[in-house]
Structure formats: structure tokens, C-alpha cells
Ligand binder design. Sequence first.
Ligand SMILES: Cc1cc2nc3c(=O)[nH]c(=O)nc-3n(C[C@H](O)[C@H](O)[C@H](O)COP(=O)(O)O)c2cc1C
Length: 241
Amino acid sequence: MVYYSQTGITKTVAEEFQRQLGADIECIEVEDAYDGNYTETIDRCQREMAEGKLPVVKPLSSDLSKYDMIFVGYPIWFGTCALPMLSWLESVDLAGKTIVPFCTFGSGGLNTSTADIRKAEPEATVFDGYGVRAARIAAAPKEITRFLVENGYRKGKVVTYEDYSAQREVTTEDVRIFNDACSDYQFPLGVPVSVGLRKTSDGIDYKFTAISKGMDGNESEVTIFVTAPNEGKAEFTQVVR
Ligand SMILES: Cc1cc2nc3c(=O)[nH]c(=O)nc-3n(C[C@H](O)[C@H](O)[C@H](O)COP(=O)(O)O)c2cc1C
């Protein structure tokens, strides 16, 4: 398993994957580390992206030729893999290997990261990955078990979930659940319009369609996934724009 983590969230998730898989693990380090705060990091990345420069990463000490399957973990930056991960992918040739991505993010899910890994490593097989919001890493161990078992990476049994039901207009109760899950987020996430549901082993998952105002001030339709356990608070799991 190879991962990059700037502030430790992806590291926590990588270590949980490692614990459940018993895999070897190594983290990617940047020569000139991103040790600034959030705003400084955003500024530095924007400069680097404008110049078309990726940060230089240190070579790994692991011999990757020993491995057929590599779990690759990263935070989402600007809707894709963090720059150090993009830089590492450029520096290695993973032809013939199987890659399983995993990531952590603020709100937006794996986004284009899987497609970008496929572009960077066209001769590797890149499977669909796992992602979790930074604010929900307490839920990660259970979700990782499900992900690993469902995809056959680990032995075990999990209940298979049905697909979400067809979208229907939201009821007052759906809106209450939506607000419960979304209203403490740092930005308004939108107004729910329709919803599909599925039963899970410990509650109900909701797939809301909502109308949301973007940074540009324009309204657009977004999909917001919410998980509501029988006991405890509902949380949104990702916002797909
Ligand atoms: C430069 C930068 C860009 C980011 N861009 C996004 C983004 O586009 N979408 C998102 O959901 N989160 C974004 N985030 C939030 C991170 O993905 C999130 O905080 C992540 O869990 C950090 O992982 P780490 O602690 O392993 O570095 C960004 C964070 C940084 C620093």
C-alpha cells in the first residue's frame, strides 16, 4: 500500500486498510513538504498548477516489482488526487499491476481521481475505490471492512444492500433528515427536492437530489448521499456535483 497524507487523515485510513489487509505500507514524502496551513497550501498548489509543475517526491524504499496489487491512498485536492500522488504516479510505471484507490475528502467524493489514475497508468488495471469524508473517519473501519469483503479483497460476510429506490418528491421527514445531516457543514449544501432510499444493516441511506448554489452563484442540481443510523445522528457521506 502506498499513500500520501498532508494532515494525517488519509494516514489514519491507510493504517486501517493496512490493519485489515496485513499489507506492507509506505508513505510518499515530498522533497519540499507541504507544511503550510490550509490557505498556504491552496496558494502554493495554485501557483504550481499554473506553472504546470508537480512537487518532487522522494523515491520509495519498497521494491514495487514484488507486488501485483497496490492500494493507493490520497487526499482529494481540487477534485482529484493530491499533487504529490499525481507526481508519484508520473514517476513510476505500474503497467500490469492492479491498483485499488482510496481517498479522504472534505465533501466531494473520489471525484475524477480514479479516471486520472487510469490516465496516468494506462497499462494498469484500476478498480473502483473507497472514499470517506475527513469528518467521518470514525465510520471508516466498518465501511472499509464492507468495501474489502464486497470486492473480494478480504474474506468475510456482509449483507448486500439493494439499489436505491426510484427518486420521489421529498417529504417533511426527509427534509428533517437532510437538515440533520447537512446543516452543521461549513457551507450550505442546498435545498433537497427528491430522494431515493435503501435499507442498510443499521439504518437507512438516502440519495437526495438538491438544488445548490455554486461558487459562481449559479444554481445547479447536486446529488447528496446521507446515511442515517437507527441510533445516532444522520451524516452526509458525499456531494456529487
Ligand atoms: C489544497 C487542498 C485542496 C483540497 N481540495 C478538495 C476538493 O476539491 N474536494 C474535497 O472534497 N476536499 C478537498 N480538500 C480537503 C481534503 O481532501 C481533506 O481535508 C483530506 O481529508 C485531507 O487529508 P490528509 O489529512 O491526509 O492530508 C482539499 C484540501 C487541500 C489542502
